[in-house]
Design a protein around this ligand. Structure first.
Ligand code: CDP
Length: 244
């Protein structure tokens, strides 16, 4: 959470948020499966003003070899923000934040991917954030799941992700960058809807136990919306009239 901006009206008396949404309304979400011909699988997501491209490579040989595991495959994730993706130019060198987000996305995907089917190999997931507007880890995780499925990697389920949060003392779905900066709490959630399992849950801010439960429920409802769009993206590529 950034500093509190008390001048901004985050939620008006009619329950309308600063970007015109209702409290349980996600931003506009568009997911496309495929698109990168040199990747084994790929996906592109627009989640509000976030624009993120994901390429998946593998299963392939591990270099350096000592990183390989004879019992299972390994997943490697690189989350990278383009210097132009945010209003204040970001240093192109990997930041602590990018290293942390790469780790949490990797750990959120691992329960979904059947790595045990590919011992000694690696599956690499490259995430390029072209434009960021709050909630990039959720958007990236959702797109990465589609890219893994597009690569034909066996999965137990896809991980769908969405954040909930607390804004103007109210629990809302899918907080944007302004709400992230000026709001009271942000809870990104990654969820496997068919298996009903949470694989990512972070919390920045302070919530009462009741608010915490509500945030989890609201976040999971958002993940279910994302999940339908993930499936639709794959369906459109493989069974629709798409040009992939
Ligand atoms: O993107 P996400 O909400 O998952 O992670 P965050 O660390 O909470 O970042 C929130 C937002 O801050 C990002 O989505 C960007 O819009 C913005 N940001 C920025 O403006 N400059 C940075 N160097 C990093 C993030």
């Amino acid at each position: 959470m950034g500093g509190r901006d008390t001048t901004m009206v985050l939620l008006d008396e009619n329950g309308v948020r600063c970007d015109g949404r209702k409290i349980d309304e996600p931003r506009r979400i568009m997911i496309k499966a495929g698109g990168l011909k040199n990747a084994d699988g790929s996906a592109y997501i627009e989640f509000g003003d976030n624009k993120i491209l994901v390429g998946v490579f593998g299963p392939r040989d591990v270099h350096p070899k000592h990183m390989s595991n004879t019992d299972t495959g390994i997943l490697r994730v690189r989350y990278h923000m383009e210097p132009f993706s945010v209003s204040e130019r970001k240093n192109p060198a990997p930041s602590r934040r990018e290293i942390e987000i790469s780790k949490v996305i990797k750990e959120a995907l691992e329960p979904a991917v059947m790595l045990e089917k590919f011992p000694r190999t690696a599956v690499d997931v490259f995430i390029e954030v072209l434009q960021a507007d709050g909630g990039t880890r959720c958007a990236a995780l959702s797109a990465a799941s589609v890219a893994l499925a597009d690569a034909g990697i066996p999965m137990r389920d896809m991980v769908a992700a969405c954040a909930s949060g607390k804004v103007a003392d109210t629990i809302v779905l899918d907080i944007n960058n302004e709400e992230d900066q000026a709001g009271q709490a942000d809870m990104p959630i990654g969820y496997m809807p068919s298996l009903e399992k949470i694989t990512l849950l972070q919390l920045d801010g302070i919530l009462t136990p009741d608010e915490y439960k509500k945030c989890v429920d609201v976040g999971i409802a958002g993940c279910k919306i994302v999940y339908e769009l993930q499936k639709k993206a794959l369906y459109e590529k493989y069974f629709g009239k798409g040009d992939n």
